[in-house]
Write a protein that binds this ligand. Structure first.
Ligand SMILES: NC(=O)c1ccc[n+]([C@@H]2O[C@H](COP(=O)([O-])OP(=O)(O)OC[C@H]3O[C@@H](n4cnc5c(N)ncnc54)[C@H](OP(=O)(O)O)[C@@H]3O)[C@@H](O)[C@H]2O)c1
Length: 301
């Protein structure tokens, strides 16, 4: 999608009336950002730690292969932050090799407690990615959120940014996040949601639905702890009905089947895992009863 590649915009939402985007994703369900109508696949790609590989050419090449496989498989949201070491540069390296594919939804963050530094940091992030603009910029962990939201909404008004969001994780600062979601016209909210971390179900996910705010689920695997802990444990019967061959796929199907329709952004260093994760969006997703059965099975393990 790369908003950045589109220089003839008359309005931010225009960038997302992209004929053909849906056809690149086969049967995988697309998510819609309610405020703009932008569509993107339900499984994206995170970059914290996994893409922080510095300048090591072997590791850079390996990450580039993950990005290439992600794009070949329909593309979608790639999420990064100035907080993630060299991850932005790694993404830039991978995207340049691919000629900046249109199906990437370039997502980054502002993360500085010096409010005035926000614009300069965004410029640095764009340079690292090698793009002219982002599809989505988020205030990372609500740091200096008032000043950064002002910057981001200003960019959106000027047509230099399509979407504005906020992030949190690990269940932190949910009360403040709720207040900002109520009071500001943000397009997206990113928070931790997975089978083991379900606090967001109480208030934030229903509020996102009510306000038409798209949800991005970070830490879908609790940074790998969930697949590690569940390896070798029996899958619930419902997994077979859903065509989930393994726990990572069932974990992702659980997340993206929430009625708030989140985009999940698992991070990985491995092409095989990336493909496995993407495949979680194909085939049936659990309905409310199946979701209850998955929760009950997980609790009983
Ligand atoms: N405050 C914030 O804004 C915030 C906070 C946290 C995270 N995030 C975003 O959310 C993204 C995801 O969260 P995360 O990076 O903490 O962790 P995660 O996606 O929950 O877990 C990543 C780990 O899971 C493993 N994994 C991935 N696919 C797998 C599979 N199919 N089978 C088995 N293991 C698999 C990876 O190992 P392998 O390399 O071996 O596959 C990696 O170690 C971040 O990268 C970041 O973009 C944002």
């Amino acid at each position: 999608m790369l908003f950045s590649r589109r220089t003839l915009l008359t309005g931010a939402a225009a960038a997302f009336a992209l004929p053909g985007f849906a056809s690149t994703t086969d049967a995988a369900p697309l998510r819609t950002i309610p405020s703009t109508g932008a569509k993107l696949p339900a499984i994206g790609l995170g970059s914290w730690i996994t893409f922080n590989v510095g300048t090591d050419p072997v590791l850079l090449e390996s990450c580039a292969k993950v990005i290439a496989a992600f794009v070949e498989d329909g593309g979608g949201m790639i999420d990064s932050s100035p907080m993630y070491g060299s991850s932005q540069d790694t993404i830039g390296y991978g995207l340049e090799k691919l000629g900046y594919p249109e199906t990437v939804f370039a997502t980054d963050k502002v993360w500085t407690s010096t409010a005035d530094h926000g614009p300069a940091q965004i410029t640095e992030s764009r340079a690292a990615w090698g793009v002219e603009a982002f599809d989505l910029l988020q205030v990372h962990n609500l740091v200096s959120w008032e000043a950064h939201l002002e910057t981001l909404f200003g960019m959106k008004d000027d047509g230099r940014l399509a979407h504005v969001g906020l992030t949190t994780s690990h269940g932190r600062r949910h009360r403040l996040l709720e207040r900002v979601m109520r009071d500001y016209p943000v397009d997206t909210v990113q928070l931790t949601y997975n089978l083991a971390d379900r606090e967001a179900e109480d208030r934030l996910l229903p509020l996102a639905r009510e306000k038409g705010i798209a949800v991005i689920a970070n830490r879908p695997f609790r940074r790998g702890a969930l697949p590690r802990a569940l390896k070798g444990r029996p899958l619930p019967d419902v997994a077979q009905e859903l065509g989930a061959d393994n726990w990572p796929q069932l974990l992702l199907k659980f997340i993206i089947s929430h009625p708030a329709l989140p985009v999940a952004i698992p991070a990985t260093t491995k092409v095989a895992h990336m493909r496995e994760n993407k495949a979680a969006a194909t085939g049936p997703l659990p309905d409310a009863d199946m979701r209850r059965r998955i929760i009950a099975h997980f609790r009983d393990l």
